[in-house]
Design a protein around this ligand. Structure first.
Ligand code: GDP
Ligand code: MG
Ligand code: K
Length: 301
């Protein structure tokens, strides 16, 4: 009576989709930690974030790729090339669309890119909590005409509707494979990167439209205190104009204080340590189009 143990599966998954469709929300929901950066502003996910989800059946390694869109600057070019390279490396692509939005030029552009890669693609229709179930069929029909999706899965990443089925479907696509990461590891990004992204997220949330995406956060120093517990973080926020610097500092420094407090709380929650955070602001004109600056910010390998 030999019972064969079910084989362990593993593989890499890339999530693509227009800005704001809920890619980061989905990733965070599945992995259960706040690692991808969520914002209701487009294109806040600039780097490849690896999230790892391990169950008894297998291990899914997610790459949260930057948005695929027509590039408009050197940084934009770089983002698109990262995204496209990723698509060819992974075992499965999740193309996430927003059920509340009409298919647009951005979606069509992504579909055209997907036709260039051999990797199988799932269409994930997100935000179904916001639409009537009957509205789904026309959406499915609309997309199915354009591309031969391996599966079509409607979900709500925010409320977790049908995300379990999505995970099962993903594992179903994977082959027997090794456990690439320890079961308790959720991300292979250095703490520095995560801390910088959390600070950037607070800036974007708090400044609304006043400070555009022309900011970058660089962790200049990160070290443990003598007691081994307190984490000291010194970070610079780069902006392009003096006026943006003023907005970020705010009346009597209130804005910067608020950014710092919120970021510190999130970093503490994530790292489980007491955090001392010092922020300052630097003005660097047109950093997005300067190769050297991009390298300094870690956007190149
Ligand atoms: P990304 O740009 O694709 O990574 O999108 P985000 O994950 O940052 O989400 C953009 C916005 O959509 C955020 O305000 C999310 O809270 C919201 N959102 C994401 N998923 C859902 C969903 O399933 N339902 C609803 N109602 N809102 C969602
Ligand atoms: Mg995102
Ligand atoms: K394909």
């Amino acid at each position: 009576n030999r019972k064969t143990k079910q084989s362990f599966k593993s593989g890499f998954v890339s999530i693509v989709g227009r800005p704001n469709v809920g890619k980061s929300t989905l990733l965070n929901h599945i992995v259960g930690h706040k690692i991808a950066i969520m914002s209701n502003k487009p294109q806040t996910t600039r780097n490849k974030i690896t999230a790892v989800h391990t169950t008894e059946e297998g291990q899914i390694i997610f790459l949260d790729t930057p948005g695929i869109h027509k590039p408009q600057s050197k940084l934009g070019n770089y983002m698109v090339s990262v995204a496209e390279n990723t698509l060819n490396e992974v075992d499965l692509v999740l193309f996430v669309v927003d059920a509340t939005e009409k298919r647009g030029a951005g979606d069509d552009y992504i579909i055209e890119r997907l036709k260039q890669v051999k990797t199988p693609v799932f269409l994930v229709i997100n935000k179904i909590d916001k639409v009537h179930p009957e509205a789904l069929l026309p959406i499915i029909d609309d997309y199915r005409k354009l591309y031969d999706f391996k599966q079509i899965v409607p979900i709500s990443a925010l409320e977790g509707n049908n995300t379990g089925s999505l995970q099962q479907a993903i594992l179903g696509e994977m082959e027997e494979g090794p456990m690439y990461y320890p079961a308790d590891q959720v991300t292979d990004h250095p703490e520095r990167f995560v801390a910088a992204e959390l600070i950037r997220e607070k800036v974007l949330h708090l400044t609304r439209e006043e400070v555009p995406h022309s900011i970058a956060v660089v962790i200049e120093e990160m070290k443990r205190g003598e007691n081994g517990k307190t984490l000291y973080i010194y970070a610079a926020i780069y902006v392009e104009r003096d006026s943006q610097r003023g907005i970020l500092i705010g009346q009597k420094g209130q804005m910067l204080k608020e950014i710092g407090q919120r970021a510190r709380k999130d970093i503490e929650r994530l790292m489980g340590d007491q955090v001392f955070l010092e922020l300052w602001i630097k003005v660097k004109k047109d950093w997005r189009n300067q190769d050297r600056m991009l390298r300094n910010f870690g956007f190149y390998d």
